[in-house]
Design a protein around this ligand. Sequence first.
Ligand code: XUL
Ligand code: CO
Length: 439
Amino acid sequence: MSEFFNIPKIQYEGKASTNPLAFKYYNPDEVIGGKPMREQLKFALSWWHTMCGDGTDMFGVGTADKKWGGSDPMEIAKNKAYAAFEIMDKLSVDYYCFHDRDIAPEAGSLKETNARLDEISDVLKDLMDKSGKKLLWGTANCFNNPRYMHGAGTAPNADVFAFAAAQIKKAIELTVKLGGNGYVFWGGREGYETLLNTNLGLEQDNMARLMKMAVEYARSIGFKGDFYIEPKPKEPTKHQYDFDTATVLGFLRKYDLLGDFKMNIEANHATLAGHTFQHELRVARENGVFGSIDANQGDMLLGWDTDQFPTNIYDAVFCMYEVLKAGGFTNGGLNFDSKARRGSFTPEDIFYSYIAGMDTFALGLRMADKLIKDGRIDKFVDDRYASWKTGIGADVISGKAKMAELEAYALEKGDVISAVSSGRQEMLESILNNVLFSD
Ligand code: XUL
Ligand code: CO
């Protein structure tokens, strides 16, 4: 494999190391919580940010060179693949994720574009066979091209819907060809700017139609993995239909899609929706739709999707706590939908960024495992709900107690204030810090 980076393979050196090009907490084969860290964390590289994103924003051009030494579009696309596999190898990242347009640029017609995808996916397949790296999930970029300015699956125009369907069909074929166990729908422009020009009901019905067709087709060509919806409340549209996990759950139930779909929860999308990352994961877990994770973080002082590499330890602990409580990842994993800052533009910054994110989640996993083993917080929560296990609580749960029985019970008690106990939030926060930072 050609060398794009003058950087050695990143080794685990432990927390005392001061080497910036070493892992302090991520030790891939160390067993934590019953499985090697690489299996608990299932880290994935995001093709779009890492291989394509050059730092372009609405105020300026790119700052990082992401041509990877190529000059024509297909040479660049191939070099991206070689460079990506070098990054994955050197960082011990076992998975990757892509949008169709990240791995090969669009050509003059759909037919030509698809031929490019065939060519590049052969290169990817070959690299995967040689390296053992895997595809976590694939997706279609149905938001960049001007044809999707009013949406794709929710476009007001049926031709645009048909084009999006064709693109998704091909992206599913690529996902199957590359052995991916996940297919993501992120509703790029599936939302609206103003209700003055929008038929909200038809748009959502059509999105569900597209998803049903996608499932039917994927199953017919042997896809056994999970479909994911990635909730996001706003950006690029003012109101995205997949606002948050609860909203998406309502959609999946209404259109009878729950059997095939789970959530791909993104940290920064959760905070844009006014939730914590853990809230979104908990809602997904409690409703049996916890699937995969896009790991990143936002800046609490900014109101947009900054997609920063995650370095907040508390968030990582709470996330990995939910993952462990969900029984670990099945088809999903932890994709870094994260980009180095525009000012962090050198090739080494890619490595520093991934090391920061991976070590944060590795530490999060170690600490979440400690928290669960410590058991004080779980026990407190259990005890707090003890009244549901016996007496009137158990009768409510079994259905024995109805309104009349509950009234009789309350009348007999006269008052129930003596049964109410403290929530002990501060004590629990202190226990949390004690468990996390006790050595
Ligand atoms: C955009 C975003 C996407 C999805 C995949 O906010 O997160 O990159 O993860 O389409
Ligand atoms: Co994402």
